[in-house]
Design a protein around this ligand. Sequence first.
Ligand SMILES: Nc1ncnc2c1ncn2[C@@H]1O[C@H](COP(=O)(O)OP(=O)(O)OP(=O)(O)O)[C@@H](O)[C@H]1O
Length: 229
Amino acid sequence: MLDFNFQKTLQRTDGSQFTLDIRLCTQAPRTVIMGASGSGKSLMLKAIAGLLTPTQGHIIVNGVPLFQAPDLNLSPQQRKLAYVFQDYALFPHLNVRQNIACGIQHGLFNPRKSSRDTEVEHWLTAMQLNAVAEQYPAHLSGGQRQRVALARALIARPSAILLDEPFSALDTQLRAQMRTELANWQYQLNLPMLLITHDPEDAAAFDAQIWHMDNGHLYSAPPSSSHYE
Ligand SMILES: Nc1ncnc2c1ncn2[C@@H]1O[C@H](COP(=O)(O)OP(=O)(O)OP(=O)(O)O)[C@@H](O)[C@H]1O
């Protein structure tokens, strides 16, 4: 399902280097990567999503090569992966319906306020967002924002879903509820899910295979001094 073996060294502005050396091969439907701040979790997701090009190696999802140095490097759009960012990255000037429509409409123009698309209406209903379809992200609760981000990601019929700390903006109660909702969606759609977090409860909630990131490397057991702050 997920077959990653890639490396990338980045030069920090202070002259030091950070090396990402990812080796992960799993058939698990749900994979959680835990790691402290700065351990390399976001860089790993960016490389998988096609936003950062590794120096060498390969990235294969569901048997489909997305990156294979030196010849193959699919664009983020070609990879057909859903990527849900920590802050959800919603478009502030577009309402909920338009934000979701962005998942299927790529191009110069924003989806029109007046347009109605069957798929968009389906996801509005599925994510219980009908009542706020005309509202803008600034007027939504954290849970609603997260559901808009998920709907926008899932409407594109991705081959896998990548989640970067998807619950960090939510309060404790909403966090528990959204974990359950996300686990249900993952199960229903049968989409391989890769989630990165520093919260052990996220890892426990998903019945997932857990990997630990430390200084750019993945391990099956937590580092001895782990605290994941
Ligand atoms: N564009 C870049 N150029 C150079 N170094 C970078 C770049 N982006 C990140 N880094 C370095 O890579 C390391 C890992 O960063 P990354 O954002 O992947 O951490 P993280 O585990 O996702 O942290 P957090 O949980 O705080 O988001 C950091 O030490 C950071 O300084």
